[in-house]
Ligand binder design. Structure first.
Ligand code: ATP
Ligand code: MG
Length: 421
């Protein structure tokens, strides 16, 4: 017997009963991006592996163990994109988007990471991301945080999410801090897990990002980066805090927030919820002024964020939402009724572009057509039989109200539907 075909573990279909929640999120984000003057960019799903190694960092969870990497038929090493920032910077460099100009960009789409699948953590997941280039101040950081905040308000999620922020300072400041950190962890080397021992020499800051519960006590007592940063970085961080406070956004300073990617400097932030268990971060971002130069471009300030769509969908599903149902379902009888209904449906869609008009397709008794009509949630069934065609009429059956069936002249149908949406 042949093996049953199944989706790949950790990669999910979004079935028709779930897609309205996705659409609601995507539509709201699209509107916010328009309000702030952001343009969409679409990048390929596959890039050269080298791009991610050079940007995200060799010693990160993503590059060390999560990438879908393969050789193509030319023998080149390619990877499915694990995130969008690296691709966006590659695209910007390739097409000259960074020369003497500022850019405000957004994107959305699937990302791929070979992680252990669990609630809120998948192998194909989706992000909506924002990336801004050419702006060095704290105001652009405040702007993208305010965009996300506006989105939460639009979606009714603001009460569930907390903003955590931190400053990573400049790369020189982080270098100094690394020495302090290595000294501290060396004094407690017996308490480090294997991953952290390895990272102590390769990338000690990553230890702070460890998800191992047994390590949390030690991490809590480690020296804090914020005490190693200089006046300029501190001022920048204070400015951001003032902008957020003035805009009415509450935040918590989390001195251990370092993020899982190597390219960040100065501001980093996360929006977290307590209602999704361990997968509580729904949106994360920060400043990455060094990345463009690191990938071969001219020094260009940059900030960005990425939202985890599945995690936001899980939150949205906890709230009941009225679904948009079709306005009418057209039921018909006989060959003439079928042909006539197809034309009628088109005419109605021309006149009522915002409404759903569903045409019954396939042979079925009137009774079973009404059953189907009812199942779609439509408000009316429009009935087209031989008698109706002869008399240039339609019959209207109310599917959600106890009302007598109506007989209407065809030319009154549009105004009837317009007045009963
Ligand atoms: P985590 O600490 O949860 O692994 P991360 O630091 O690896 O997250 P980022 O690379 O910053 O995540 O991605 C931004 C957002 O994308 C995350 O905050 C999360 O909402 C979402 N995300 C990341 N990895 C996954 C995944 N495997 N499945 C679903 N969503 C994810
Ligand atoms: Mg991760």
């Amino acid at each position: 017997m042949s093996k049953k075909l199944q989706a790949i573990r950790g990669m999910h279909d979004v079935l028709p009963d779930k897609s309205p929640v996705w659409q609601r999120l995507e539509k709201a984000m699209f509107e916010v991006c328009q309000q702030y003057g952001y343009s969409e960019i679409r990048m390929p799903l596959v890039e050269s592996t080298d791009l991610f190694c050079r940007s995200i960092g060799e010693v990160t969870d993503i590059v060390e163990k999560e990438m879908y990497t393969f050789e193509d038929r030319n023998g080149d090493s390619l990877s499915l994109r694990p995130e969008g920032t690296a691709s966006c910077v590659r695209a910007g460099l390739e097409h000259g988007l960074f020369y003497n100009q500022t850019q405000r960009l957004w994107y959305q789409g699937p990302m791929f990471r070979h992680e252990r699948p669990q609630k809120g953590r998948y192998r194909q997941f989706h992000q909506i991301g924002i990336e801004c280039f050419g702006m060095a101040g704290a105001e652009i950081e405040a702007e993208i945080i305010l965009m996300s905040y506006r989105l939460w308000k639009k979606l009714g999620l603001s009460a569930e999410l907390t903003l955590e922020i931190n400053s990573l300072g400049t790369s020189d400041e982080r270098l100094r801090y690394k020495e302090v950190l290595v000294e501290f962890f060396n004094q407690h080397i017996d308490q480090l897990d294997d991953d952290s021992k390895r990272r102590l020499t390769s990338n000690p800051l990553r230890i702070l990002d460890s998800k191992n519960p047994a390590m949390q006590g030690l991490i809590e007592s480690a020296p804090q980066l914020i005490n190693s940063i200089g006046d300029e970085s501190r001022l920048h961080f204070e400015k951001l805090q003032r902008y957020l406070t003035d805009a009415g956004v509450s935040f918590v300073h989390n001195p251990r927030l370092v993020r899982g990617l190597d390219y960040y400097s100065h501001t980093v932030f996360e929006w977290v919820t307590s209602s999704l268990g361990a997968q509580g971060t729904v949106c994360a971002g920060g400043r990455y002024d060094g990345l463009i130069e690191q990938l071969g471009g001219k020094q260009t300030p940059a900030v960005g964020l990425a939202m985890g769509v599945e995690r936001l969908v899980l939150l949205l599903e906890q709230h009941e939402l009225p679904l948009k149902t079709p306005l009418a379902y057209i039921v018909h009888q006989g060959a003439a009724g079928e042909a006539y209904s197809l034309q009628l449906a088109e005419k109605l869609r021309d006149q009522l572009p915002q409404e759903g008009i569903v045409l019954h397709c396939g042979n079925a008794s009137l009774k079973s057509q009404f059953k189907k009509a009812d199942k779609t949630g439509a408000k009316f069934a429009i009935i087209v039989g031989e008698q109706e065609i002869e008399q240039n009429q339609v019959a209207i059956k109310f599917l959600r109200e106890r009302k007598e069936q109506l007989q209407l002249p065809q030319d009154k149908l549009i105004s009837f539907l317009k007045n009963n949406p």
